[in-house]
Design a protein around this ligand. Structure first.
Ligand code: HEM
Length: 452
C-alpha cells in the first residue's frame, strides 16, 4: 500500500520582481506604505516578495503576528546586528540586542519605566510644554511638526541625561539631529544599497556626530562614576541598577542604552502628536469633545499626573491616532529555522514584515478603517477584536518599554496645548506620510494657531 504524503505547508504566493533586485524598484517607486498595502490586497495574509535575493514575507493576520511576536527569541530574531548604522548608533542597546544579553539589559532597565518613576517625569514634560506655549503668538503660522520634534527632544534629553538642549547643550541636540537624518537615509533611502565600507559625505557627517555624542556620553558617565550622583534622570537609575549577581551596566552598555532610548523615544512621540494635531484640525467634532473633556475635568487648571486617567476621551484620541498613523509602521523579524505560518512554509533566514499600517486599516477588524473615530475605543472594541489586530507598541517580550511614558507625554502635551490654542491646518499644503525609521509628515504640518 502506498500512503501518499499530504503536504502540510503551501508555498507562499510571491509577487513578481526583477532579476537580481527583486521588488526593490517597486518598493521605492510606490513607497513602502502603498507597496505593502497592495501586497496584502493582492495576495492576502501571507505575501512574499524579495530585495536583492533576501526572501521576505508580509504577514497581516493578527493570529500570525501574535505568533511571531510571542515566539521572538525562539523561532524568530530581530537581526539588527547586520545593519551597520543600527550597530554604529545603537550598539547593543535594548532595541537591537538579542538573547541572554538582551534579557539581562531589559531586566536592568525595566524599573526605570515603572509607574512611580514615570510620574516623576510629568513635571519635566509640563515645564517644556509651557515654555513652548510662551513662545507662541496668537494668529501666527507655525510648522507644528517641528515644534513637536523640538519639544520632545528637549523632554527626552532632560529625562535621560538631565541636560537642556535649548541652550547650554544645543550642540548635543544638533548631533542627535544629524544622526536621526542620516539614519533615515541609511535605513530607508538610497544608501541602504551602498556597501558599508564606501564613504559618502553623509556617512562622514554621521560618524562625526556619533563620535561627538559618544565623547559627551562617556565623559558624563565617567564624571558620574567618580562624583556623588545626585541626578534624578534615567542615566542615574540605570547606573544604580544591579542584576541578580550584583553587577551593573558597563560604560558601553550605558552608552548604548542612552542612544537607544533617545532615538526610540523622541521622534515616535513627536510624530504621534503631529498626526493628532492634523486629525483634530480636520475633525472639529472630535476637537470639541476633547475641549469639553478638558474643561469638565480640569476647569482652567493645568493637568497633573493624577488627572491623566480621568481623560478617557483623550486616551481614545491617542489610540485612534496610533491606529491610523502608528510611528512604528512596520516591525521586522527573521526566521531562525524553517517554520510554518498560517499553513505556509517560511524558510530559515526569511525576513518577516508585520505592518501596523496595513493591519490597523483592515476592515475585518475596524469598520470604516480609513476614518478617524476615537469613539470606537470607548465601547470595549479591544475585547472584541483579536489581540494583535492592534499593535502600535509591538508585543511579546520585545514590547515597547516606553509605552506608558509615551502616553503620559502625549496626554500632557496635547491637553495643555488644546486648553490654550486651537490649531488650524492650512489648506494649501501637501501632507504626506513618509515611512522612514518612523512614520512622519514628510514636509511638516503648517498650522495657524488661534488662542482660545
Ligand atoms: C508613541 C510612541 C512610541 C511608539 C509608537 C513606539 C513603538 C515601539 C514599537 C512598535 C516597538 C517594538 C519594535 C519591534 O517589536 O520590533 C518599540 C520598542 C521599543 N521602544 Fe518604543 N515606541 C514609542 C515610544 C517609546 C519611548 C518614549 C521609549 C523610551 C524612552 C521607547 C523605547 C523603546 C525601546 C527601548 C524598545 C525596544 C524594547 C526591547 O526590544 O526590549 N519607545 N517601540
Amino acid at each position: 500500500m502506498i500512503i501518499k504524503e499530504i503536504p502540510v505547508t503551501k508555498e507562499i504566493p510571491v509577487t513578481k520582481g526583477l532579476p537580481l533586485i527583486g521588488n526593490v524598484a517597486d518598493f521605492f517607486a510606490r513607497g513602502p506604505l502603498a507597496f505593502l498595502t497592495k501586497l496584502q490586497t493582492e495576495f492576502g495574509d501571507v505575501a512574499g516578495f524579495s530585495f536583492f535575493g533576501q526572501k521576505s514575507v508580509l504577514i497581516s493576520h493578527p493570529k500570525d503576528i501574535e505568533r511571531v511576536l510571542l515566539e521572538t527569541g525562539k523561532y524568530f530574531y530581530k537581526g539588527y546586528d547586520a545593519t551597520f548604522v543600527v550597530h554604529l548608533v545603537l550598539g547593543n542597546g535594548l532595541a537591537s540586542s538579542e538573547g541572554e544579553f538582551w534579557r539581562r539589559q531589559r531586566k536592568l532597565a525595566q524599573p526605570a519605566f515603572h509607574h512611580e518613576r514615570i510620574s516623576a517625569y510629568a513635571d519635566t514634560i509640563m515645564h517644556f510644554t509651557k515654555q513652548l506655549l510662551q513662545s507662541w503668538q496668537d494668529g501666527e503660522v507655525r510648522d507644528v511638526h517641528q515644534d513637536m520634534m523640538f519639544l520632545t527632544q528637549q523632554i527626552v534629553a532632560k529625562i535621560l541625561l538631565d541636560i537642556d538642549v535649548t541652550d547650554e547643550a544645543r550642540d548635543v541636540g544638533q548631533a542627535f539631529d544629524v544622526i536621526q537624518q542620516e539614519m533615515s537615509t541609511e535605513l530607508m533611502g538610497w544608501r541602504l544599497f551602498l556597501p558599508r565600507f564606501v564613504s559618502s559625505p553623509g556617512r562622514v557627517r554621521l560618524h562625526a556626530a556619533v563620535n561627538h555624542l559618544e565623547q559627551i556620553l562617556r565623559s558624563t558617565i565617567k564624571e558620574r562614576r567618580t562624583t556623588s550622583n545626585n541626578h534624578n534622570d534615567l542615566l542615574a537609575i540605570l547606573m544604580e541598577a544591579r542584576d541578580d549577581d550584583g553587577n551593573g551596566m558597563t560604560d558601553q552598555q550605558l552608552r548604548d542604552e542612552m542612544m537607544t532610548f533617545y532615538f526610540a523615544g523622541f521622534e515616535t512621540t513627536a510624530n504621534t502628536l503631529s498626526w493628532a494635531w492634523l486629525l483634530l484640525s480636520c475633525n472639529s467634532d472630535t476637537r470639541a469633545k476633547l475641549e469639553a473633556e478638558l474643561e469638565h475635568t480640569l476647569g482652567g487648571s493645568y493637568l497633573t499626573f493624577r488627572d491623566v486617567r480621568a481623560l478617557s476621551y483623550t486616551e481614545a484620541i491617542f489610540k485612534e491616532t496610533l491606529r491610523l498613523y502608528s510611528p512604528g509602521w512596520s516591525a521586522g523579524r527573521f526566521a531562525s529555522e524553517d517554520v510554518e505560518i498560517n499553513g505556509y512554509k517560511v524558510s530559515k533566514g526569511t525576513e518577516i514584515w508585520m505592518s501596523s499600517w496595513v493591519t490597523h486599516r483592515d476592515p475585518r477588524w475596524f469598520s470604516s478603517p480609513q476614518t478617524f473615530i476615537p469613539e470606537r475605543w470607548l465601547d470595549g472594541l479591544e475585547k472584541r477584536i483579536p489581540r494583535y489586530a492592534y499593535f502600535p507598541f509591538g508585543g511579546g517580550s520585545r514590547i515597547c518599554i516606553g509605552s506608558s511614558l509615551a502616553q503620559l507625554a502625549f496626554t500632557l502635551i496635547l491637553s495643555t496645548i488644546a486648553q490654550h490654542y486651537r490649531l488650524e491646518v492650512l489648506p494649501d499644503q501637501i501632507i504626506e506620510p513618509e515611512a522612514g525609521i518612523t512614520l512622519r509628515p514628510k514636509h511638516g504640518i503648517k498650522v495657524r494657531i488661534h488662542q482660545r
